[in-house]
Design a protein around this ligand. Structure first.
Ligand SMILES: Cc1cc2nc3c(=O)[nH]c(=O)nc-3n(C[C@H](O)[C@H](O)[C@H](O)COP(=O)(O)O)c2cc1C
Length: 155
């Protein structure tokens, strides 16, 4: 049973932060969980011991998730329920299925201690003529996933 959740995320252009905040909103409002957000690029690596569930979120650039996320994934999470999501521009690879394989399945294979109960690939920002444009960002989809995670964390 989960009551205190950590959402640890890494972002460069803000999509993962926005997504993490939406997930936090659903978990607080609908499930009454205590939720802390940790921006891994701005603060020291949080101590997971006090959390009964952990969600890791990361952006993607140049075919890789961010290094701060890789560092965090190597931690020992014990038996607490985990979830994982990515935000990317669907530029490389271009399809949803390939994106899941590239940045979730293949990435998490390197972290055998990190076995999430839920994973998802959300959209992010791409630049068109130098202007950031939201690509496949869908906060309703994020809210649905947060609901799934909240339910699984409560089992
Ligand atoms: C320099 C750069 C490289 C990128 N490389 C990729 C990529 O390889 N594949 C992809 O799907 N999206 C790529 N993107 C889009 C990012 O995934 C997108 O901006 C996403 O919002 C990043 O998450 P963040 O906003 O939380 O930093 C790239 C964006 C930038 C600026």
């Amino acid at each position: 049973m989960v009551d205190k959740v950590l959402i640890a995320y890494t972002t460069k252009s803000g999509a993962t932060k926005k997504t993490a905040e939406k997930i936090a909103e659903v978990l607080r409002d609908k499930f009454n969980y205590w939720v802390d957000l940790a921006n891994l690029g701005e603060q020291s690596v949080p101590y997971v011991g006090e959390y009964s569930g952990v969600i890791v979120g990361t952006g993607v650039q140049k075919g890789r998730i961010y290094p701060e996320t890789e560092f965090f994934l190597a931690k020992d999470f014990g038996r607490r329920p985990l979830a994982y999501f990515t935000c990317s521009g669907f530029t490389y690879p271009k399809t949803y299925e390939e994106t899941l394989i590239a940045y979730t399945t293949k990435v998490l294979a390197a972290y055998p201690n990190f076995k999430p109960v839920a994973t998802e690939a959300f959209g992010g920002y791409i630049k068109i003529l130098g202007v950031p444009v939201a690509r496949k960002m869908d906060m309703a989809k994020v809210a649905v996933w947060a609901d799934i995670v909240g339910t699984k964390f409560g089992e």
